[in-house]
Design a protein around this ligand. Structure first.
Ligand code: BGC
Length: 703
């Protein structure tokens, strides 16, 4: 899509479209050299106090006493001060990954639902819309994307991120970053290894350098390479140091090794406890106040504990991004009417429809054919709730929200929709018996999971609530068409009851338009195309250990599908799985070469045929395995994916590319990446565990 058309889709006015330059050119219109010249000039004019004022937030008592308790109705931005003397603007930052937290904005499906779309173009359009809404309402930095990895289904913030796999999360994170930065600064978070809420402020996560480099960091590196303005450090410790005071993470890897040009911002509550350690580690901005980066940092510089050069470096990074992204009148040309306007809410609906996953569909229970079905019973305590996610920092307050019941009613045509909460099992049985199909909406809400501190945090019980299990078991024998729609941030334990339902849909937290998208899919007006960005386990003993009270945890190389592959475990629904109302056949996997060099690229082509009778969009996945590696490797790693749209009977060729350096392992002894000269196995197909996975091999040798 051309940039101009792209921005139009996101509802950007003509004035904003007139912004000069390419995608990564400065929004302010200044060239890179001019920015560096101005930064240098400004830094030379600044006193130590002025510099330090740039390095921390200026939260006020009013924020703390009045606004923060009203998180869900947030109208304030998290600010850093402007410098009036030198004309330097302040940062006005806004959460977050589900949409703009300001005012009444578009509430998109939670990140995990969008992750299930595997649609980078869609995610870029969503990022563009989020950036637009934040800017139109006075922000200049959007605190997103959240690119934590889902390590275990219990993690309270799993809903905010895209999934369990570093490649997939990285690609989606880059897409959102690129979109946001069409309007404001983005801030990928939380760097790094932030996977649980129970004791997020104090847990020390331990891991080897290889695990860090290969599993927990590549998605951040991708966002840095894409030009992210900020990176937010995580609350937890990594290998004995708070992430924001972790010199290895922030200075050595992020800044020195990756060449990050932006600034490191601390997470919000007690993420810094030592000004000297933080400055030396490379933390540039303490938010939301200068608890350590105010007077304490100034005194540390005066006492010679922190060199002036470090302060200058931080200020340089902050000013560079301000000059790149902040212009004098940020709001000019940004039409308030487009905030949660029809363009953006349509995007929310598209994302929900593309992110919901059809896990099973026995006897073609779905779609519900309006010509054949007269009555649908909609049941469960979540049926008439628009369940949009937790109440933590990512919460968004949309002007309206559509529940499953409302969506189904509005789109029912001649079909009669009967609503039954399910609290009375006797009545539920009767209603189920009288209906042609039963839809039970079940799962988790903000009372079960979310960001720690705003609710329960981690979801320690992975089962559905007993009342929901009772309802499923009561309704099942009364109908031959039981459809269970699950909502929540990740996998549930389904093994015990999954056979009782003909169809199961994973709807996640589908956003303000969720009910409409669900109805579109259940009635077959839209086809399912979403696929799982996380593994659904059969039993909890298959999962990595999860102790959210531990003071220290060790992460090894394996979680998600890599763990299931390595241990030879059978998931209930594998990573990458998702059905649709049509089916696809894969054939003819061919590679562009039998051998490539260590810096070469390989193209894989695979033919996909829509062998059903409905149009659809298929997500094609490419994994790579290793033959004869000298180190322990995954059975296979996701390395590329794409979506292909196919009319019935049509065949299309999906072309996916892998670069040899992406196949390297990190040699901790040498302190560098090693692309091995061995044989690699390419797997291409519809999921990580499909019998349809096609295979081929190639070698890497020579430079
Ligand atoms: C969260 C961040 C968020 C920040 C500001 C923190 O508690 O961890 O993700 O951006 O608050 O709301």
């Amino acid at each position: 899509m051309k940039r101009r058309d792209f921005l139009k889709t996101a509802g950007v006015s003509a004035a904003a479209l007139a912004m000069p330059g390419s995608m990564w050119a400065a929004l302010s219109g200044l060239g890179a050299d001019e920015i560096e010249r101005r930064v240098k000039d400004l830094v030379a004019k600044m006193s130590l106090s002025e510099k330090i004022a740039q390095m921390h937030g200026n939260i006020t008592a009013e924020h703390i006493l009045v606004e923060i308790p009203l998180m869900s109705k947030r109208r304030f931005t998290w600010n850093t001060p402007a410098d009036q003397r030198l004309g330097i603007p302040g940062i006005r930052s806004v959460d977050g990954p589900r949409g703009s937290a300001l005012g009444q904005s578009t509430c998109f499906p939670a990140g995990i639902c969008r992750g299930a779309s595997w649609d980078r173009d869609l995610e870029e359009r969503i990022g563009t819309a989020m950036g637009f809404e934040t800017r139109a309402q006075g922000g200049n930095m959007h605190l997103s994307p959240c690119i934590n990895l889902v390590r275990h289904p219990s993690g309270g913030r799993n809903q905010e991120t895209f999934g369990e796999d570093t490649h997939h999360v990285g690609v989606m994170g880059v897409a959102q970053t690129a979109g946001i930065q069409r309007h404001v600064m983005a801030c990928p978070k939380h760097y790094a290894a932030n996977n649980q809420e129970g004791n997020r402020f104090s847990v020390n996560v331990r891991m080897s350098e290889r695990v860090l480099r290969e599993i927990y960091l590549p998605h951040f590196k991708k966002c840095v390479d894409a030009g992210a303005a900020g990176i937010m450090s995580a609350y937890n410790d990594l290998n004995g140091h708070l992430c924001g005071q972790n010199k290895h993470l922030c200075r050595e890897i992020l800044k020195e090794d990756w060449g990050f040009q932006g600034f490191v911002v601390s997470d919000w509550i007690n993420a810094v406890d030592d000004a000297v350690a933080a400055a030396q580690a490379g933390l540039d901005l303490e938010m939301p106040a200068g608890a350590h980066y105010g007077g304490k940092l100034k005194r540390a510089v005066e006492a010679g504990l922190v060199p002036q050069s470090m302060i200058d470096e931080s200020v340089t990074r902050l000013l560079r991004m301000k000059l790149k992204f902040i212009s004098e009148d940020m709001k000019s040309g940004y039409d308030q009417g487009m905030v949660a306007g029809p363009g953006h809410t349509a995007l929310a609906r598209e994302a929900a429809a593309k992110g919901m996953v059809l896990l099973k569909n026995d006897n073609a229970a779905l779609p519900l054919d309006r010509g054949k079905i007269r009555t649908v019973a909609v049941m469960g305590s979540l049926a008439d709730v628009a369940n949009i996610g937790d109440k933590g920092s990512s919460s968004v307050n949309p002007p309206y929200r559509i529940s499953p019941l409302q969506g189904l009613r509005d789109r029912a045509g001649g079909v009669k929709i009967v609503h039954e909460s399910g609290a009375n099992l006797g009545r539920a049985r009767q209603v189920a018996r009288a209906a042609d199909a039963v839809v039970v909406i079940a799962g988790a809400t903000s009372k079960d999971e979310g960001e720690g501190g705003y609710g329960l945090g981690d979801r320690l019980d992975l089962n559905l609530h007993q009342q929901e299990l009772d309802l499923i078991r009561a309704a099942a024998p009364e109908t031959g068409r039981l459809i269970v729609v699950l909502e929540g941030g990740g996998a549930f334990t389904l093994e015990d009851w999954k056979d009782e339902a003909e169809a199961i849909v994973m709807a996640w937290y589908p956003g303000m338009e969720g009910g409409n998208a669900l109805a579109d899919l259940l009635f077959g007006d839209e086809n399912f195309s979403g696929k799982l960005p996380v593994t659904f386990h059969r039993s909890e003993d298959q999962l990595p250990s999860f102790d959210n009270q531990a003071k220290e945890i060790e992460y090894d190389y394996y979680h998600g599908y890599r763990l299931f592959d390595k241990k030879g475990l059978e998931p209930l629904f594998p990573f990458g799985h998702g059905l649709s109302y049509t089916s696809y056949k894969y054939a003819n996997l061919r590679l562009s070469a039998k051998s490539i060099g260590q810096s070469g690229k390989l193209k894989a082509m695979v033919d996909v045929t829509n062998v059903g009778d409905r149009a659809g969009e298929e997500i094609v996945q490419l994994y790579v395995g290793y033959n004869g590696s000298r180190v322990d490797r995954s059975v296979k790693d996701l390395k590329a994916f794409g979506r292909i749209k196919l009319e019935p009977g049509k065949t299309g060729t999906m072309e996916l590319e892998v670069a040899a350096p992406e196949l390297a392992y990190y040699d901790q002894e040498k302190g560098g990446w090693e692309v091995e000269e061995i044989e690699y196995i390419v797997y291409a197909g519809p999921s990580s565990r499909s019998s349809d996975l096609l295979q081929s091999t190639f070698k890497i040798s020579g430079p």
